[in-house]
Structure formats: C-alpha cells, structure tokens
Design a protein around this ligand. Sequence first.
Ligand code: F6R
Length: 366
Amino acid sequence: EKGGYEHFMLKEIYEQPSAISDTFRGRMLADKGIVRMAGVDDNIERISNAKRIIIVACGTSWHAGLVAEYIFEDLARIPVEVEYASEFRYRNPIISENDVVIAISQSGETADTMAAIKLAKEKGAFVFGVCNVVGSSISRETHAGAYTHAGPEIGVASTKAFTTQITVLTLMALKLAKHKGTISHPDFMLLLQEMERIPGKVKLALESNENIKFIADIYKDARNCLYLGRGFNFPVALEGALKLKEISYIHAEGYPAAEMKHGPIALIDEHMPVIVIATKKGHYEKVVSNIQEIKSRSGKIIAVVTKGDEEVRDLADHVIEVPETMELLTPLLTTIPLQLLSYHIAVMLGKNVDQPRNLAKSVTVE
Ligand code: F6R
C-alpha cells in the first residue's frame, strides 16, 4: 500500500507531480486558454464582484491560503484576508453579503474551519470550499467548491494536499483575473502554459533527494531552525518550519526574510541552521543581502536556489536547486525540498514520520 516507499509521507511527496496534474487536468486547456471550474463558472459574478475574499483554514491549509492571498491579489486584484479559522469564528468578524469566504481543508472535517463556514453563511457571505476528501462535511456545507485531486493523504504531515490546494487556488485566481480583465491575454496564456510544465519541474526538484539527505544528516541534531522567504515564498518558509516541527520535533520558525532584523537575528550563531528560499525571481537581491547578514553572524545557510545560481552558491553552506519557473508558481517547487528535508531528518532521528506524537490527521474537535 506504500507502493514500495518506506513511509506514506515519502510516497505522497513523490506523488506530487501526478497529484498536481490530476488537479488541473480537465480544468485547464493551456493551448486554448481555457480554465473550466464548475464551482467558479456557476458563480462567476458573485465571486468576481466580491469586495473582499476571506480565506479561512488551519495549519498547512492556512499556509496554502497565504500563498493564495499573494496570487489572488496579484492576478485578480481582489483584496484578500487570510484567517485562522479558530480566531475568525470567535472574534465577531465583520462579514457582509459582498464577501466571499474560501475555506480550505484537506480532510473537509476540521471543526474550527467548519464552524467558521457556518458563521460566514449566517452573515450572508458566499462560501467556497477547497477540499480533498470527496463528500466530506465541509464540501457539503459550502455553497460551491473545487476539489483538489490529490488522492488519499495518509501521512499526518500534509504534503500533496498543500501543493494541490495551491494549484486549485491558482486556477481560480487565473479564471477570475481573466473574467475581470486584470490580466493581459499573453500573461494568462504564459501562466497556463507554465502551469502545465510544473509537474515535470516538480519531478526535477525531487531529484535533489540525495543531496537533501546529505544535508539532513549534517543538521539532524540541531535544536532550532529558522526558515526565511519573501513574497510568494514567505508562506513556504512557514510551511517548511511546520513540517520540521511536526515530524522531527525540532523547534523551527518561519519568518519573512526582512523581519529577521526585527528580532530573530538575535538567535543566529554557529548552531543555528537557516533555510533560506532564494530563487532568482522576486526580491532575489534582497534575499542575498539577508543571507550575507546571516553569514556574518556565523549562521549555517541552506539555500533553496534556482538551477544554475552562482551568487548564493558562493555564500551558502549548502544549496538545493529547483528548476526555474514564473515567480508566482515558485511555491509549487520550493516546497518540495523542504518536505524532503523534514522527512529525512525525522527518519534519521527515528521518529514516527507518518504518525507523529500528539497529532491527528483530522482535527474534529476544537
Ligand atoms: C500539517 C497538518 C495540519 C493540517 C490542519 C488542517 O501537516 O497536517 O496542520 O493542515 O490540521 O487540516 P485540514 O486541511 O484537513 O483542514
């Protein structure tokens, strides 16, 4: 059942090329410039006229929501807020009929997310669900939705659900952008064509596995780890840190790279591994200067870079390459090495990777 893999988590990491293509297949005709999503098409006016989109979710799904915030605002020019479902439901939020709420949940059973949906519906918002489990409670409670076609995710640490959530939300943003006229036709076509190449590029990113294993072995005894990223890759840093915490029990924090100097830089010394997402597009030079700041304080730098990068290679202790892609799609690639790094560290430490202590696959109690 693990298809020859030692753990479900590893199997699910390796399933991402097909999970992503299964998620866009049938929805996207890249050469014709068509994105079809019944749940969006049937409600296109309601969604594209939203004054505001509020995304509610927990954990990894909340991180996918943060990536989506950057993508929706960039492409569709609709203001987005991303909320922890547990906070949203208890703080008397301001919601109106002009708002669209997007609930993201792999299991479709998370209690706090469910309660947030019910509250949003009571206040008249239109609620759209992004779930993986067909027929789940959340998929039934929402007005419309789109499934991720990741297939069953058994490992407690979410991997392929995350990248397929980003895939669905990107298609949705592209569709809204096209409808609203906030994206040019050439850009729309380029993004669709590049999306089609992502599964192949994820495959290439997976080829760094041995290099990542080598790095994992060096840092497996670290007590703390810092993850940094900017822009579209800031939420990827948060997700990388969560993956490490969950399965290896090493304390890790994710930060926007520029926030480092507002506090976390005090933590940096030769015992602190810092994982930096430093892909070529999007604030590259700024990330390079963040890396210099870490280096001058003797922090150990593991950088996720675009294939062929030399500038960061000279500065970092280790680099992990991912293929080049359009900036907006980089999270689908940069996430992969961070999943593998956590996986290998946890295995080397002898932890129960598929069922980490104290965690459940779906959190049906608050
Ligand atoms: C992290 C993880 C959890 C879930 C969270 C939400 O790897 O698995 O943080 O992402 O409990 O679960 P869903 O998406 O099922 O609502």
